[in-house]
Write a protein that binds this ligand. Structure first.
Ligand code: AVJ
Length: 334
């Protein structure tokens, strides 16, 4: 890389001095860990968000189609469960048709609050929605919805409902998912309604194909993470020497995505030198799969009462409506 280009990346000499919680610090920490891992939230820079949009249209990637069919079929029932004059808080950017299905059905919504890490993508989506739904106040929040965030002032006095589509809850380990549901309960408040999309356990070939599409878009989405680290942190990953791996871990009931090093190599990022053995991987995403019962049990354990659940005709995907009571219901010990 030309010396001038490198000059733009001003990082402290010692990786330890990187700003805690920054992209740079989390990347160096993840690549220095054993096994190496990077959080999936870093997939979603602008290029990554566009690649994900393409994934949702792939023939093999069933979750988006299945969830949309459920939401369209039950939009009226869902809207009836959302209090009039409420703020709908979406954990995610709101780019999808799913959001529009809810906003179109929930005619008495006062405000819509999408919360997403990629500020650029979020604002662009919010502007589109402002034009399409002028009666609803659009109040985007650029934040990591997995961490605590403040609601916009204008939404604070309103009744609240939450929306978490796409089975993004599957990216969290079960105990993290429980903590997230608990935190969402605190944000939505007692009596708050939460609409959550959850991908279901199914035939392993179907799962495998959904994360190894024949067009290679998921592989490009996975590798884009390395391209982003090169772009934003001045690293020198050679993308061609890393291979996309995605498989179903039966024991942990999750899809795992990895980037495997095709050779022994060393890369430098933010002053850190990271070595890879041939075959060594970076774990870039987990996507846990549930049954309706295992997810309801998880939710009950942190204060949510399942009101109803719908699945698509193939029982590939589920949409749950939960109500927050705040009282954790522990599963009776066998
Ligand atoms: C957005 C996290 C739900 O895990 O299915 C799609 C992301 N990763 N293809 C998922 C994803 C690979 C997706 N979620």
């Amino acid at each position: 890389m030309r010396p001038t280009a490198l000059a733009q990346f001003r990082f402290p000499a010692e990786p330890e001095q990187l700003e805690a919680g920054s992209f740079a610090a989390e990347v160096v920490a993840g690549l220095s860990a054993t096994p190496k891992q990077l959080p999936p939230k870093f997939f979603y820079d602008s290029a990554g968000s566009d690649l994900f949009e393409r994934i949702t249209a792939l023939p093999e990637y069933y979750p988006t189609r299945c969830e949309l069919s459920i939401l369209r079929e039950h939009a009226g029932e869902i809207a009836a469960l959302i209090p009039a004059g409420a703020a709908l808080i979406e954990f995610g950017s709101g780019s999808s048709m799913k959001t529009r299905t809810l906003l179109g059905a929930a005619r008495e919504l006062a405000a819509y609050v999408p919360v997403d890490i990629s500020a650029e993508f979020l604002d662009a989506q919010a502007n589109n929605l402002r034009r399409e739904y002028p009666a609803i106040a659009m109040l985007p929040v650029a934040a990591d919805f997995g961490a605590s965030f403040d609601l916009p002032e204008a939404a604070c006095g309103l009744p609240r409902a939450g929306f978490f589509p796409g089975s993004t809850i599957g990216n969290l380990d079960p105990h993290e998912a429980a903590a997230f549901l608990r935190q969402a309960g605190n944000i939505l408040g007692a009596g708050g309604v939460f609409i959550v999309g959850v991908d279901l356990i199914k035939d392993e070939d179907v799962l495998h194909d959904a994360y190894n599409d024949s067009a290679g878009v998921t592989a490009a989405f996975n590798r884009n993470l390395l391209a982003r680290i090169n772009r934003e942190l001045g690293a020198n990953f050679d993308l061609a020497s890393f291979e996309h791996h995605a498989f179903f871990n039966r024991e942990l009931r999750r899809i795992e995505m990895h980037l495997a090093s095709l050779k022994r190599q060393r890369i430098s990022v933010c002053g850190a030198s990271i070595s890879f053995r041939a075959g060594e991987t970076i774990h870039t995403e987990s996507s846990y799969k549930y049954t309706v019962e295992t997810f309801q049990c998880l939710a009950r354990g942190v204060g949510w009462t399942p009101l109803t659940v719908w699945t698509d005709s193939k029982k590939y995907f589920s949409v749950h409506v939960l109500k927050f009571t705040g009282e954790a219901v522990r599963r009776p010990q066998n």
